[in-house]
Ligand binder design. Structure first.
Ligand SMILES: NC(=O)c1ccc[n+]([C@@H]2O[C@H](COP(=O)([O-])OP(=O)(O)OC[C@H]3O[C@@H](n4cnc5c(N)ncnc54)[C@H](O)[C@@H]3O)[C@@H](O)[C@H]2O)c1
Length: 343
């Protein structure tokens, strides 16, 4: 019955993306549009404007609101085949300091959201989990079969959300894919959100300021380009009647000091930096081979880190260059770097 329906509309799905104007959400929206799906984006859209999707305005249904506004959430979910959830109000550092309130908020918000998905008859949920945090402290690569032992409340909340998805699947029959994402980087990442060392370092470099480096050669991360994440997450669209948990990383580890050296080489300029000890909220090693997911993407090549850093740097520099243009132009139109095609 469902297969017939999908066949009838050429495999196009109705997908609502929560947090779709954020860093990862906006790349996912781009991929959905490449594949001609019908997209709704739910985000705050402060000031009524998209921050990361201005290049695509008019090509998606836009619902501006807060997750706490249940009538708007219901509107965004009505008639949807799938809902993708990229909303998260905290960071590993912040959650370390305010564990109770952050775990309560993340779990509570997500549970209410899932309840609304059930009421709206959504078939499947896609969830942005954190490979860097759900596995907890590790000495080597983590596979989907590794026992998750999160210590940081951010990872504890993510794992709790994954378990909630399993409960909703058993109790209400709603399917879900969880993606345990590595250290995402790429164009559009906020330099101040506290979820991306690459964006933070680039911003500091461009401002001529000193970089703060937390950790050393023993702090190892799996850096994965945002566009690759979005392309691989489209896997969920292939079958709405299945649920899976996937690692989403390159399988390659890069130490914090190697990343610093790579910055120096790729960007060809001396760096001002100060090295600090690893923060207690940070894990040591996070390497996340996507072996399971890549079975479905034969020949898939991840963006090489040096090239990805270059692309990210060029984008950030261009956005910065156009920052003064964030004012009313001669035509009375608000010009932004993104509306100038820098996406
Ligand atoms: N960035 C990473 O390295 C990384 C790695 C692994 C997992 N993740 C997960 O991916 C998801 C997206 O991360 P991101 O880096 O794109 O974050 P982001 O902050 O760029 O995007 C989140 C979006 O959600 C929106 N939002 C937040 N709270 C909202 C609310 N109450 N109501 C409506 N909209 C709200 C924000 O406006 C923003 O556009 C998060 O769940 C994060 O935990 C991120």
């Amino acid at each position: 019955m469902l297969a017939k329906k999908l066949h009838a509309n050429g495999g196009r799905r109705k997908v609502s993306v929560f947090g779709g104007d954020g860093f990862l959400g906006s790349h996912f929206v781009d991929q959905l549009m490449v594949h001609k799906h019908e997209v709704t984006v739910f985000d705050r859209f402060l000031g009524g404007r998209a921050k990361n999707l201005s290049h695509a305005e008019g090509r998606f249904r836009k619902i501006a609101g807060d997750l706490s506004e249940s009538s708007l959430v219901a509107e965004a979910l009505e008639g949807q085949d799938m809902a993708a959830y990229f909303i998260c109000a905290t960071t590993p550092c912040a959650a370390w300091e305010r564990a109770l309130s952050d775990i309560e908020a993340e779990i509570g918000n997500f549970m209410r959201f899932l309840g609304q998905c059930v009421s709206a008859g959504v078939r499947k949920v896609v969830f942005a989990s954190s490979g860097g945090m759900v596995y907890g402290p590790r000495n080597g690569p983590s596979t989907e079969d590794s026992l998750p032992r999160p210590v940081n409340p951010y990872g504890i909340a993510k794992l709790g959300q994954e378990h909630l998805l399993e409960f909703f699947r058993m109790r209400h029959g709603i399917e879900a894919d969880c993606y345990r994402i590595g250290n995402a980087y790429g164009p559009r990442q906020s330099a101040t959100r506290g979820l991306g060392v690459v964006a933070a370092w680039i911003e500091r470099m461009l401002a001529g300021e000193q970089l703060d480096v937390y950790g050393d050669s023993t702090t190892v991360r799996d850096y994965v380009f945002a566009k690759d994440i979005a392309r691989l997450m489209t896997f969920s669209l292939r079958n709405l009647d299945a649920s899976e948990t996937f690692n989403l990383g390159t399988g390659l580890g890069t130490s914090t000091l190697d990343l610093l050296e790579m910055f120096r080489t790729v960007l060809g300029r001396p760096l001002l930096y100060r090295i600090h000890p690893r923060r207690p909220s940070d894990n040591t090693v996070s390497i996340l081979p996507s072996t399971k997911l890549l079975c479905h993407f034969p020949g898939f090549q991840f963006q090489e880190l040096a090239t990805g850093l270059r692309l990210t740097f060029d984008h950030a520099r261009a956005v910065r260059l156009f920052r003064p243009a964030l004012s009313v132009s001669a035509q009375g139109v608000l010009a932004s770097p993104l509306s100038l095609g820098l996406h």
